[in-house]
Design a protein around this ligand. Structure first.
Ligand SMILES: O=C(O)c1ccccc1NCC(=O)[C@H](O)[C@H](O)COP(=O)(O)O
Length: 276
């Protein structure tokens, strides 16, 4: 199973990280960093649009292989920002997504938008590392963490001023997350992954079904498999208040125009706002 392979890789990466990682050193460096930019706030307090947009910097994926050969993470991030994305997601996994922690650092230096470190977090050291790389938020995947570990990681992220996107794919995972009580924390968003991480199949009906089970007040983000304005129209009929889009945007020659096209499908889109 692919997800198990990815987790095994992450455990090896953490072993390597552990050989040089010092918690006190990390805390000392983090204390000197500028404050984080509110990832959750940017998505929930956006003006003029009823849906927020997280645009993903993603060179390749296990399901699709190489997505964008002429990959320049900084140029893409600047295009996303100019197009009006609310937040960015940057893949830092090397082996499966051809991402890099260095890309996150480069993007941090180039744009003002809040950034999500998109990786497979299995150890608290990766959360400290995310903050040091310049992230404002981390992804926690319910499919690979026990509820107690997920709770503990959510609290560690809060202690580092990081927001958390907790990702679920089915009702069992959603129930487990809701039982932890962490979904209602004010630094948490709930992501519904439309992609089954074991089969790679995507269905937006996953969002339609699960979003209705999430308590009001918890921001819901629909992730994966969103392949154009028609899909946004569909998601407008669910409780999702934001979307995370990777491959669709990465396949467009001009990502700024692509964001504008996508935002045009969002209600009260910024390119529909009149100044009169
Ligand atoms: O994208 C994959 O193939 C994938 C495979 C296995 C685990 C995770 C995977 N993707 C991670 C993501 O969460 C997506 O990059 C993100 O939701 C954007 O999806 P998309 O818009 O479909 O590129």
């Amino acid at each position: 199973m692919y997800l198990d392979r990815i987790v095994a890789t992450k455990i090896r990466e953490v072993e390597i990280l552990s050989s040089t990682f010092s918690l006190s050193e990390a805390e000392r460096k983090i204390a000197e960093l500028p404050a984080t930019r509110g990832f959750r706030d940017a998505l929930t307090n956006r003006r003029n649009r009823s849906m927020g947009l997280i645009a993903e910097v993603k060179k390749a994926s296990p399901s699709k292989g190489l997505i964008r050969a002429d990959f320049d993470p900084v140029a893409i991030a600047k295009g996303y920002e100019a197009g009006g994305a609310d937040c960015l997601s940057v893949l830092t996994d090397v082996d499966y997504f051809q991402g890099s922690g260095a890309y996150l650092q480069q993007v941090r230096d180039a744009v003002k938008l809040p950034l999500l470190r998109k990786d497979f977090i299995v150890d608290e050291k990766q959360i400290y590392e995310a903050r040091l790389l310049g992230a404002d938020a981390v992804l926690l995947i319910a499919a690979i963490l026990t509820p107690s570990v997920l709770s503990a990681f959510t609290d560690i992220a809060a202690s580092l001023s990081l927001d958390v996107l907790i990702e679920v794919h089915d009702q069992r995972e959603l129930d487990a997350v809701l039982d932890t009580g962490k979904a209602v924390d004010n630094h948490v968003l709930l992501g519904i992954n439309n992609r089954n991480l074991r089969t790679f199949e995507t269905s937006l009906n996953t969002t339609k079904m699960l979003a209705s089970l999430i308590p009001q007040g918890v921001p819901v983000i629909s992730e994966s498999g969103i392949s154009g304005p028609m899909d946004i129209e569909f998601l407008k009929g669910t409780r999702a208040e934001g979307v995370l889009v990777g491959e669709y945007l990465m396949r467009q020659p001009n990502v700024e125009d692509a964001i504008n096209g996508l935002l045009g499908a969002l209600p009260e889109g910024r390119n529909r706002v009149r100044n009169d």
